[in-house]
Design a protein around this ligand. Structure first.
Ligand SMILES: Nc1ncnc2c1ncn2[C@@H]1O[C@H](COP(=O)(O)OP(=O)(O)OP(=O)(O)O)[C@@H](O)[C@H]1O
Ligand SMILES: [Mg+2]
Length: 664
């Protein structure tokens, strides 16, 4: 969307990033003044040479003027070089901080935001758009300012020497300015569109690369290449159009006519004045020289203009991100702005500050549930109780989009309890977890911790108490050790080793090529599924959470691995408050309470024994999975639970490691 005054908005936000570089910018401004002065001085020197030194045949003066002319040239070149170096330095540093701030701000967004923005597009925002802005900061904007300064200087100098010519020049400057401004409004939309297609292309490339094995399986590589090529073509066509318009306007149209007209006018008026004795030859030459300099920058604008408009469009897109409110900003009950919607601009300062809290620890989502650097929080939020007594869903309603997913869902999890959630695919089990971790907030109703609305707490502080093992396994590029620590600094290696031993993962990790220092590929691609799952359990245990949430993976592993994983899971849950989403009912047979969800509603709840003791969806499910439906089921469940807890005692010898060739 086109912003009302992108230049001003961009300048305002940019100024917060530029503030630490005032010295460098002042230096650049100084060199700019110097260059402009030199540009203006050279025609004046020329006039002195023609009007004074040559008629008087004064060789000494001619030499001095000649030296001054050459010296001015050299000084100008030096000043230009200095300006370029200074600005490049500023731009590099500003872009680096800007990238940090934008990335931090992105991570702080509500998960809804990510539902609607594919990774490729976001990468394009952080990378390409900010790189486009570099040209704006280091080149185009400076060039524009230098040219404007020079045009103003020439106009003033001409006016001073010959008011009639000066007035004409002023007319040309104003007319040109208006024409350029009108044109800029028109062309900016086009550049915005070019940037938009850039990001679409990045999105496609990302998706195809991520799904490369699938592409290969279906033999669709050529189609993927063609789709990316088509996106490239449409973008290039658009860009070519922009460049063409610029060329027509700046080379062929406006500047061309103005230059010819200007030259004719100066020659006609100037020679008349020389004949009448009111103007010296030197002054006429000076005017012609000034005029040449006047149109040079105007023509240069064509090149600057592309960079400028493209950079401005990129700036609009990047700074548009700062208009997004970070997660929880509009829902914090205590913050007092509940119910507000739409873009509350985040002060750029806040965004800049976010960039300073951006080390890798943000990359801890799956095992830690810890996201984002700039999550709204801090002031006005209730401290999370050090040990909660009860978590309660109270008539929670929720929809991702228009379709409701949860309907008036109410249940409670008391400290120390183990709660199982079962239900058909799509019944809303994972959604409950999303709400519990405040990845999303309920549409109606509330989740309460000891009677206090979850939205009143700092989401980051709350998530620190929780460990999450997700349905989708996620490991980050880095070593096994780093992953097990979820990149959190300050965790001792010993704690990780103890956790790995406790869950029987130590032996398999030590068998990896570099043990705990083995570098994992993206998403843990160089491990088997069972191994990845086990690492996720260890990662959760390292957090020593108050609340453990397990979203059981449906993916099939062999029977031996499954047994090992079950054991590890049992040990992980021992003595903790746990919410387990289960697909295999054996996982929840021992739970204190089992909730059965049906299309977002609580269909029934109770212990395994209670639920199999009466007809209902759970009993049907249990029968389908071949579970014992007899009255002894409950007792068996409890016995099994006791046995499992005994097995999970820390004194227990570590279980055998996963079989190396576990199912992939
Ligand atoms: N990010 C999302 N955006 C929009 N709709 C979603 C999103 N995530 C889930 N849904 C929808 O919400 C409903 C509940 O999904 P949920 O993931 O909670 O199911 P589930 O019970 O965990 O299923 P499964 O057993 O397959 O994991 C589904 O209809 C799903 O299509
Ligand atoms: Mg799910």
């Amino acid at each position: 969307m086109l912003r009302p005054s992108p230049f001003l908005r961009a300048a305002r936000t940019l100024s917060t990033f530029l503030r630490p570089h005032l010295a460098g910018l002042a230096g650049a401004a100084l060199t700019m003044l110097l260059v402009t002065g030199i540009h203006l001085a050279r025609p004046l020197i020329l006039r002195e040479l023609i009007d004074t030194a040559l008629p008087a045949r004064d060789a000494g003066l001619a030499l001095r003027l000649g030296l001054a002319f050459v010296g001015a040239l050299a000084l100008g070149a030096g000043a230009l070089y200095t300006r370029a170096v200074l600005l490049a330095g500023v731009a590099t540093s500003v872009m680096a901080r800007l990238k940090g701030a934008v990335f931090g701000h992105l991570l702080a967004q509500d998960l809804r935001f990510f539902d609607g923005h594919p990774p490729g597009k976001l990468i394009s925002r952080v990378e390409n758009d900010i790189e486009q802005m570099r040209g704006l900061v280091s080149g185009a904007a400076a060039q524009l300012a230098a040219n404007a300064l020079l045009l103003a200087g020439i106009t003033v100098l001409t006016w001073w020497q010959a008011p009639v010519l000066g007035r004409w020049l002023l007319l040309v400057v104003i007319g040109g300015g208006v024409a350029v401004a009108v044109y800029a409004r028109f062309i900016r939309q086009l550049w915005h569109e070019v940037r938009e297609r850039d990001s679409e292309m990045a999105a496609r490339v990302t998706e195809f690369v991520q799904g490369v094995s699938l592409l290969r399986l279906f033999g669709r590589e050529e189609a993927a290449v063609e789709r990316v090529a088509a996106a490239t073509r449409s973008r290039t066509d658009l860009e070519a159009r922009g460049v063409f318009y610029d060329a027509v306007l700046f080379y062929g149209g406006f500047t061309f006519l103005a230059e010819i007209g200007g030259l004719a006018a100066v020659l006609w008026y100037g020679t008349g004045e020389v004949f009448a004795g009111r103007l010296t030859v030197g002054t006429l030459v000076m005017f012609l020289e000034l005029l040449r300099r006047f149109f040079g920058p105007l023509r240069d604008l064509a090149e600057v203009f592309v960079a400028l408009q493209s950079g401005l469009a990129a700036t609009g897109r990047v700074f548009g991100l700062f208009d997004l409110r970070p997660e929880g900003a509009g829902t914090g009950l205590v913050a007092g702005d509940q119910g507000t919607t739409g873009g509350q601009p985040v002060p750029p300062g806040a965004a800049a500050a976010a960039s300073s809290v951006l080390p890798l620890r943000v990359a801890a989502t799956a095992g830690g549930g810890q996201t984002g650097a700039a999550v709204a929080g801090g002031s006005g939020l209730v401290p999370v109780p050090s040990r909660f007594r009860e978590i309660a869903f109270r008539e929670v309603r929720f929809a991702y989009g228009a379709e409701p997913v949860l309907h008036d869902l109410s249940f409670a999890v008391r400290c120390g309890q183990r709660i199982g959630i079962v239900g058909a695919s799509g019944s809303g089990k994972s959604t409950c977890i999303n709400l519990l971790l405040r990845f999303y907030d309920p549409t109606a109703g509330a989740i309460e911790i000891d009677g206090c609305d979850l939205r009143a707490f700092d989401p980051r502080a709350w998530r620190r108490k929780v460990a999450l093992v997700l349905q989708e396994i996620h490991l980050f590029p880095g070593t096994v050790m780093e992953n097990l620590k979820a990149f959190a600094p300050g965790i001792h290696d010993g704690r990780v080793l103890a956790a790995a031993r406790e869950l029987g993962a130590d032996r398999f990790i030590r068998r990896l090529p570099a043990g705990y220092a083995t570098v994992l590929a993206e998403r843990g691609a160089n491990l088997s599924l069972g191994e990845r799952q086990l690492l996720c359990y260890v990662r959760a245990l390292v957090r020593n959470p108050d609340l453990l949430i397990l979203d059981e993976a449906t993916s099939a592993v062999d029977a031996v691995t499954e047994r090992r994983l079950q054991q590890a899971m049992e040990r992980l849950m021992a003595g903790r408050t746990a919410v387990i989403i289960a697909h295999r009912l054996t996982t929840v047979v021992a739970a204190d309470r089992i909730l059965v969800l049906e299309r977002g509603r609580l269909a029934e709840a109770g212990t395994h024994a209670e639920l199999v003791g009466r007809p209902g969806p759970y009993r049907t499910l249990a029968a389908m999975q071949g579970l014992d439906l007899g009255a002894r089921a409950g007792r068996r469940g409890r016995r099994e639970r006791r046995a499992d807890r005994a097995a999970a005692r820390p004194a227990q010898r570590p279980g055998p490691a996963l079989s190396a060739p576990a199912a992939a």
